[in-house]
Design a binder for this molecule. Structure first.
Ligand code: GDP
Ligand code: MG
Length: 210
């Protein structure tokens, strides 16, 4: 029965933000499929990706939102952030500007999310050690200053720390929300999923984003 509702214990919305080119799409695709591609075409930019993981016998669905290029024009809207449980702020360890801009992205987080949204600072491209411009120490201090849950350096290319980032974050979300009965019934998230399924059946991969 295709209308049967899939059972799960938790559903969390996770959004990725950060400058264009830092590797957000590669991180999501690496986590979702275990693969890395040098370039993702503009049509891959669907609204969100679903990934189910099991931690301590609990089935947890993650609804992971990636931008479809809007960050290039700073036109990420409030609806992108709506009902988010966690925000991944991504920079490129070889690009100083992408780290400085995290402060700008935090302004949006402040404006568009609740106070209890979990923030994680992610330094991507740690395979490019010889081109590093941002020290681990500096990023760590920054994450503490802004009360982030954690700071982690990853590489979507080498598949370093990608799963760990999502799993640690999810464990924290579960412990924060373990007493909220209705978490998996969040109307925005469930509606979003229905739209997504329609999308997959019908027009997946053919939609153009710019
Ligand atoms: P987005 O604009 O933030 O979504 O960035 P993309 O995921 O499209 O990646 C931008 C560019 O960075 C692409 O050319 C990727 O191949 C490259 N890239 C992404 N992740 C890594 C990484 O971990 N290491 C290296 N060396 N390159 C990466
Ligand atoms: Mg992208």
């Amino acid at each position: 029965d295709s209308d049967e509702v899939e059972q799960f214990d938790y559903l969390f919305k996770i959004v990725l933000i950060g400058d264009a080119g830092v590797g957000k799409t590669c991180i999501v695709q690496r986590f979702k499929s275990g693969l890395f591609m040098e370039q993702y075409g503009s049509t891959i930019g669907v609204d969100f990706t679903m990934k189910t993981i099991v931690i301590d016998d609990k089935k947890i669905k993650l609804q992971i939102w990636d931008t479809a290029g809007q960050e290039r024009f700073k036109t990420i809207t409030q609806s992108y952030y709506r009902s988010a449980h966690a925000v991944l702020l991504v920079y490129d360890i070889t690009k100083e500007k992408s780290f400085e801009n995290i402060e700008k992205w935090l302004e949006d987080v402040r404006k568009y999310t609740g106070n209890n949204v979990l923030k994680v600072l992610i330094g991507n491209k740690c395979d490019l050690e010889q081109a590093r411009r941002i020290s681990t120490e500096k990023a760590k201090l920054f994450s503490e200053k802004y009360n982030m849950f954690s700071m982690i350096e990853v590489s979507a290319k080498d598949c370093c720390n990608i799963n760990e980032s999502f799993i640690n974050l999810t464990k924290e979300l579960v412990s924060l929300h373990s007493d909220s009965k209705f978490i998996s019934n969040d109307i925005n998230l469930v509606l979003g999923e229905r739209e997504r399924q329609t999308e997959e059946r019908g027009r997946y991969g053919t939609r153009e984003y710019r």
